[in-house]
Design a protein around this ligand. Structure first.
Ligand SMILES: Cc1ncc(COP(=O)(O)O)c(C=O)c1O
Length: 452
């Protein structure tokens, strides 16, 4: 005879015990005493299931206690300067929709027309069942826009980083990576299985030179296939937490000296930096000099997706061998159509890029004038440095109460004690919108003694 505790989970998971328990039946689990061996076994199995999932529940509880549990807000409107959250209008100062393209009429129209003609899905992975004409058009447009020989589109910047690294780097090659590079670069390096990895101090060119010397030394030994070890230097273009830029001209110079490949992840530079928003490589007049440019189309381009641009042989190699291309579907029809419209919009006019910068400069100037520390950003990303994690959290909460949506960025995303509110202006904000945000920052900043 066994006794099932009152709090048994069995009634919560009736299907897991494999028995249909009838209410009021003395042999059933709704009574407290059970003799049936089958039920005992079922309970044991269910207990195992509970133990298996219990650890997740426990960890989630711990995250809640530690203030690390992420409650994601639900947006009830399209993306833009203002959002509807819980039925209320909130000024949006935290999205990466830099140019306001996420709900732009050109994109919406292109999607409707394309869906009429091609439907929605693309059926299978591109390499297996044929690629949609829109994928090809998008890649040609991207290559032209980026002043590159060729482009390969994937379903996200994350995928593009994995593909860009894993496809050309094997375990016997060498990777040198900035310490603040994005998680998707870190994951791409891990996936490549490369054994010789060097992390250089953030944007520190003396340190990069030292690592390149060490890499040169390691390169003296050939790979087991007799080939020379490849050296790949990887950097973010714009660093997303501080908004500073990678010293790309210096990196390219060092790469040439050491005969290394260069790769830049320009997620926050596409549509933002350079002529018409062509990105960081164009911004530094380095067109054609960085081997691998990775971009995301989920931020300034307003939709979703990622791409790699570079020399045509390299892009063809990715197309033939990249696992993220070969074993995963391409962009859907609406995504591809919207992205073509997005690139066309940027090619045609730099009005939105100019407006973004005008807004970013105004916002930074006004916040600084109020006494806020806006860090070392060289891009529209505007970190309002707070320091203490709890104060940053309170700051963001109070802003929200004042109808401003701006997120607190805390450890582990940034080092402890450097918490901040990351303010993201966009081309769709009016001056009045920005003034509304600035006034709320002043009010909350004074309330929390961040400014006097
Ligand atoms: C620097 C950087 N690289 C890559 C990505 C991933 O891009 P996606 O969202 O298109 O997968 C992000 C997205 O946050 C990013 O900030």
């Amino acid at each position: 005879m066994i006794v099932i505790p009152e709090s048994t989970f069995l009634s919560d998971y009736p299907e897991s015990c494999g028995l249909v328990c009838k209410q009021g039946d003395p042999e059933s689990v709704s009574g407290k005493t059970v003799r049936d061996d089958r039920i005992k076994n079922s309970i044991k199995n269910s207990q195992k299931i509970m133990d298996k999932y219990h650890v997740f529940a426990q960890e989630i509880e711990q995250m809640k206690e530690d203030g690390l549990f992420n409650t994601i807000k639900v947006i009830e409107s399209s993306q833009g300067a203002w959002l509807t959250i819980d039925g209320e209008k909130k000024l949006n100062l935290c999205s990466n929709n830099y140019l306001g393209l996420a709900a732009h009429d050109n994109l919406k129209k292109a999607v409707l027309e394309a869906v009429e003609k091609y439907g929605v899905g693309t059926g299978s992975v591109r390499a297996l069942s044929g690629t949609n004409a829109l994928h090809i058009e998008l890649e040609e447009k991207l290559a032209h826009f980026k002043h590159a020989e060729a482009a390969l589109a994937l379903t996200g910047g994350y995928m593009a980083n994995l593909c860009a690294i894993q496809t050309i780097i094997g375990k016997e090659d060498i990777v040198i990576s900035d310490e603040l590079n994005h998680a998707s670069i870190i994951d791409g390096v891990r996936l490549s299985g490369v054994k010789t990895k060097f992390i250089y101090a953030h944007a520190n060119m003396d340190d990069l030179s030292k690592r390149l010397e060490e890499a040169k030394e390691a390169q003296k030994e050939l790979r087991s296939d007799g080939g020379q070890k490849r050296i790949l230097i990887i950097t973010d273009g714009v660093f997303s937490m501080d908004g500073d830029l990678a010293p790309l001209p210096h990196i390219v110079e060092l790469a040439k000296k050491y005969d290394a490949f260069t790769m830049v992840d320009d997620a926050h530079g596409e549509g933002v930096l350079g002529d018409h928003g062509r990105g960081i490589v164009n911004h530094f007049n380095l067109d054609g000099e960085v081997d691998i440019e990775v971009g995301t189309m989920s931020k300034a381009f307003g939709v979703m997706g990622g791409f790699i641009t570079g020399k045509k042989e390299l892009i063809e190699y990715y197309r033939q061998k990249g696992r993220q291309f070969l074993f995963s579907n391409g962009l859907s029809v609406p995504d591809a159509a919207a992205l073509i419209a997005s690139v066309n919009t940027l090619e045609e006019s730099d009005e939105l890029v100019k407006k973004l910068w005008e807004n970013a400069e105004y916002l930074k100037k006004e916040l600084k004038a109020l006494g806020f520390d806006t860090g070392k950003s060289e891009s529209p990303i505007t970190p309002v440095m707070i320091g203490d994690e709890n104060t940053a959290k309170d700051f963001s909460t109070k802003l929200f109460e004042n109808n401003i949506y701006a997120t607190a960025i805390k450890f582990p995303m940034v080092p402890k004690g450097t918490a901040r509110i990351r303010v993201m202006p966009s081309a769709s904000h009016t001056k009045e919108d920005l003034d509304t945000g600035i006034a709320a920052f002043e009010k909350v900043g004074k309330e929390l003694n961040v400014i006097s």
